[in-house]
Structure formats: C-alpha cells, structure tokens
Design a protein around this ligand. Structure first.
Ligand SMILES: [Mg+2]
Length: 410
C-alpha cells in the first residue's frame, strides 16, 4: 500500500452536461434535469449555469424555479448517461485496469503501476481531462492523492474542471482546518454528534481521543480517527470486480399517495417482478423477503419474512410481500412509497424442477426473460400488470454497469 498514486475523477454536473452535449441549444443555459416533470420529482442535476443561482441537487421544482426563473426543465434520459459512462470507462481502462466505478459519474483509478508508460499522476490526469473534453464535450474534476480518501477530497476541492494534487507531505496542512463533513464517509448524523463534542475540523478530530471515538462508534470510531489523519488503505477494485450481492431490491414512489390496498398490491406485483428479474439475471435465489412502506408523513415502516424455499419468481415474492402488507392497515395509514427486497441469497442454483407443472412454469419464465432481455423490460408480463404501469427508469446512486451489457458484448 506504500506510495500509491490514486486519481478520483468526478464529472461536473454530469446529467446536465450530457443533456447540453446532446442538445447544443441548451449550452450555456441554466438546465435542470429532473424525473418526470408531471410527477413528484426533484432536481437531479442542475447545470453550472443554474447552480450560479443557488439551485442544488435534491431541490423541489418550485424551489428551483423560484431561484432561477429562466431555467429549462429537461426530463432525465438514463440511457444517454449510461452510454456516456460506458464510453468514459472504456477510456479509463486504456490507462489501467484498476478502475473502480464509484457512481455513474465518479471513479477511482490506481495509476501507481502505469506511470512509466503514461507519465506522472498529473500527466495522466491532464491526458484524461483532455480526452474527456474532446471526445465527450464534458468536463471533470480530478483529485490526486496517495489514497482514495484524499483523491476524492481533491476532486471535491475544485469544481468545475479542477485538478488538485494532495502530496503526502501536505496532508496534515490540508486537513487541519477542513470541516469534518467534507471527508467522504462522514455524514450529517456523525457531523452533528461530533460538532456537539466541539469537533468541527479534521485537525480536531485527529486529536480527539481515539478510545472515546471507539466507545461511541465501535469499529467506525477507529475509522473516523484514521481518516482524520488522512489514512485510508482501501484498494481500488478492478473495473470487472463484482461484489457478491447481499440483497436485491427495488422501491417506487407512487405517483400519488394511495389508501387503497388493491392499488398498493398492484405496485407490489410490479416491484416483485423487477426484483425477481434481477435475481435471475445474477443467478440468485433468496428466502427472506422485506417489505418497506413509507406513509404520507414520510415515516418508514417495514417487516421481513423468511420462508423455507429459495425464491426467484416474481409471483412467489409477491405473495410473501402481500402477507406482510396484510399486517398493515393500508386504508388508515396510506402509502407513499413501496419497497421490496430479497436477501439471504444463494448463487448459482438454476436447476430445473422435476415436477412437470413447476418445470413448465420455469420454462415459461425463462422464455419471458429472453423476450424482455431482447425487447426491454415488461415487453411481456403477467396480465395483471398490463395497464400502463410502466414506470420511469431512474438511475439510482448505486448504479453500476451491468456486466453483460457494459460494452455491448460479453
Ligand atoms: Mg459529479
């Protein structure tokens, strides 16, 4: 782990930048990328022109419109962002196979082993920035440091189009007066708690007794102490590394709150189908089903049930989820969001059943999967779902390229 050179690349206002690239008339204008503008949505990505007015990611449409009257709303086009992300990844792995996708517009590169070929970390960063600008017409901020923590901090310090190098001998100087929440891994809750103890900067956190941190947070306390000193030994994982799934889930905010159990069940069936599809794609089966219900006042309720059999079929997951739903009085509490996930997973057991009826069903699902793989999700589905329930596909922050479709080939 000695003397590593890590780059963190962060695309600037990624979704908005891709929209401006695709539709040149949007260039130089305040663009707000959002979900379905007719539904309940928030700003997913404001362009830098809109950020100048104070618009931030996560704001409501009306809030953003109030700050920036001339802003242009654009509905997000996830397929375009994935295409650009794939292009970026192809570009990065020309420098090193150690490219870890952190989110759709951020990744880490470990260039420790390729500097003889391509020059210093700074040279590589400049080459990549140039190619990203020329090939994709977007900009990125790059941070360079001896580990992922400091590389990420570097790219965060100068936006847009920045290049910040944190040399090992400058680490303490950079961290001394840095507010703790600027470090990746310190969220609002930990920040609030530490602030109450009089700890505001990384310097203060570094000097805070590690025993107390450990008592408060257990192993996380030790981690907090380490990162306050700029220490982070975590490796950059190669781009084709796939972490074994612990659970597979989907959630969906209903277009409007419902107090009708049957409506909730219909969404539940669709979510169960989506979860089942993802389980089968990864060759997983699971036997614990979780149901999450967020009610209109944003309280989140949930329960899980573990059954005997391992499942990967939507209808089976659905029936288990409905059993949980039945414990809640939907008519009284209302539903704003539903989430279904399956955990307790095993991988690689796609054995055909010996029971003729079950076997027939497995063949049917296999055929449906093939059709949906080829023609898009929900091209064929169960009768109960055929009534305009197709939902907008929104990219989650946990987006990762799918192994089989990454470059359009296996
Ligand atoms: Mg970004």
């Amino acid at each position: 782990m000695q003397n590593r050179t890590i780059l963190h690349l962060d695309m600037n206002a990624f979704f908005a930048a891709v929209e401006q690239r695709t539709n040149p008339h949007l260039k130089g204008k305040p663009v707000l990328v959002c979900g379905n503008p007719k539904g309940r949505t928030v700003i997913i990505s404001p362009s830098y022109e809109a950020r100048a007015f104070g618009v931030k990611t996560g704001m409501n449409l009306w809030e953003a419109k109030k700050l920036c009257k001339n802003s242009i709303l654009v509905e997000c086009n996830p397929a375009n962002y994935v295409e650009v992300a794939n292009h970026l990844q192809k570009l990065f792995i020309q420098f090193t196979p150690l490219v870890e996708i952190f989110s759709i517009d951020e990744c880490f590169l470990d260039v420790s082993g390729c500097q003889r070929l391509f020059g210093s970390g700074r040279d590589i960063a400049l080459k990549i920035k140039k190619r990203v600008r020329e090939e994709l017409d977007i900009t990125c901020s790059v941070g360079i440091g001896p580990n992922k923590l400091l590389a990420k901090l570097g790219s965060h310090l100068k936006k847009p189009d920045g290049l910040v190098i944190i040399e090992p001998e400058k680490i303490q100087q950079v961290l001394e007066n840095l507010p703790i929440q600027e470090l990746c891994g310190i969220g609002p809750r930990i920040t609030e708690k530490l602030n109450k103890l009089g700890v505001y900067t990384c310097g203060q956190l570094a000097r805070y007794p590690v025993e107390i941190l450990q008592r408060m947070y257990g192993i996380v306390g030790l981690h907090l102490h380490d990162i306050a000193w700029g220490v982070d030994d975590s490796p950059v994982m190669p781009y084709d590394y796939v972490e074994p799934a612990k659970s597979v889930g989907h959630s969906f905010t209903l277009p409007k709150d419902t107090f009708d159990r049957e409506v909730a069940k219909k969404y539940l069936l669709q979510l169960s189908e989506q979860v089942a599809r993802r389980l089968r794609k990864g060759n997983y089966k699971g036997k614990t089903v979780h149901l999450i219900i967020r009610i209109p006042d944003f309280t989140t309720l949930g329960q899980q049930v573990t059954i005997r059999k391992f499942l990967d079929e939507g209808v089976e997951i659905y029936h288990t989820a409905v059993k949980i739903l039945d414990k809640f009085n939907v008519e009284a509490i209302g539903v704003r969001l539903l989430g279904v996930s399956v955990s307790n997973l095993i991988c690689g057991s796609s054995q055909l059943s010996l029971m003729p009826e079950e076997n027939r069903r497995q063949c049917l699902i296999y055929a449906m999967d093939k059709i949906n793989d080829k023609y898009g999700e929900f091209s064929v589905t169960w009768g109960r779902l055929v009534s305009g329930f197709k939902q907008n596909n929104i990219i989650s922050p946990a987006w990762r390229p799918h192994k089989n479709i990454r470059f359009g080939y296996n």
